[in-house]
Design a binder for this molecule. Structure first.
Ligand SMILES: Nc1ncnc2c1ncn2[C@@H]1O[C@H](COP(=O)(O)OP(=O)(O)OP(=O)(O)O)[C@@H](O)[C@H]1O
Ligand SMILES: Cc1ncc(COP(=O)(O)O)c(N)n1
Length: 297
């Protein structure tokens, strides 16, 4: 691990990274790893994470835990990777390239969780963002029922931040979270279970707001956005947690990372690409117009 400092590297016009030869030793690009499932449709999972890392100017790497056959209409196949395959992927990137921050997404079984946890500990991978993916928007289960407890026991205590959506938070604490007070209490309990911080996402809230509640172990912070009326929300959670991970890889604080990620996901939802016939992906390019003045030739 490198010492943590702000390593937002130099972004050239057009978002291109370019270092002078003599700068190379000090000014390397932040590196982030996603440990998640592949979404053939490109909207969620590994693909959403890598697109987000790229857009946030972070070098993206992957350890694939499962291959899904999936599009905007649903999941038609899930093919789990072996524990050995997951271990080797993590080992390969940790021992050579190095990891400034990592996130997990779909990890379908207890045995793969154990393999991931062993590598996280062995290579002291930190900060680790856990997106406790359980069910796809289309309704397919992405986590074995029996593995829900394992997620709490094995992964949660390793997390710098855990990012459940509302239904996932309800499953993790075992009760319905229909008031602000209950959500606050749930966030406290999840830190008691071992997470450093918790953000309960508001995509599934009723009403006109999509507000996310962050508990950093000491204080609560609410990140607000208007609810956008679109069916193209496939991969919102993956994209949001990947954006947080990218900012953490740069050495930014948790609050700053979540602030940027909230703006990033809101723009990605606001400007849909209208791809596919079902719940389309978010627009990973959309945030550029707020951040980059570039000329296209
Ligand atoms: N319709 C919406 N309008 C604005 N923001 C939204 C909307 N839906 C989700 N979000 C935001 O997107 C982020 C991801 O939250 P969400 O609750 O959708 O996660 P998720 O259910 O895990 O996503 P997924 O399972 O699709 O990956 C949060 O910041 C949330 O507030
Ligand atoms: C491989 C993979 N990982 C995560 C999700 C969750 O995303 P969503 O809830 O938007 O379907 C998914 N559908 N597929």
């Amino acid at each position: 691990m490198r010492p943590k400092k702000d390593r937002t590297a130099v972004g050239m016009p057009g978002g291109v990274f370019c270092f002078e030869a003599e700068e190379e030793k000090d000014m390397s690009i932040p590196r982030a790893l996603t440990i998640a499932g592949s979404d053939s449709g490109g909207g969620a999972g590994i693909q959403a994470d890598l697109k987000t890392f790229q857009e946030r100017h972070v070098y993206g790497m992957s350890a694939i835990t499962a291959i899904t056959a999936q599009n905007t209409q649903g999941v038609t196949g899930i093919y789990e990777c072996s524990e050995e395959a997951v271990t080797r992927q993590m080992e390969a990137v940790a021992t050579d390239i190095g990891i400034d921050a990592a996130k997990t997404g779909m990890i379908a079984s207890t045995s793969i969780m154990e393999a991931v946890a062993a590598q996280v500990k062995k290579h002291r991978i930190h900060p680790l963002v856990i997106d406790p993916v359980m069910v796809a928007k289309s309704g397919s289960s992405l986590l074995e029922e029996a593995a829900r407890h394992a997620l709490k026991r094995i992964l949660l205590p390793l997390s710098h931040l855990i990012t459940p959506n509302l239904p996932e938070a309800e499953i993790l604490v075992g009760e319905s979270l229909d008031t602000d007070e209950k959500r606050k209490d749930a966030a406290r309990r999840l830190t008691d279970m071992g997470a450093d911080a918790v953000i309960i996402k508001g995509g599934h809230l009723q009403g006109n707001q999509a507000d996310d509640l962050l508990y950093d172990g000491g204080n609560f912070h609410v990140f607000t956005a208007p609810r956008l009326h679109t069916r193209h929300t496939h991969g919102t959670g993956c994209t949001f947690s990947a954006a947080i991970t990218a900012e953490l890889a740069k050495g930014h604080s948790l609050l700053e990372a979540v602030r940027v990620a909230k703006a990033y996901i809101t723009e990605a939802i606001r400007h849909p690409l209208n791809i596919g016939q079902g719940h389309g992906p978010t627009n990973h390019f959309a945030y550029r117009h707020l951040t980059v003045t570039e000329s296209h030739h």
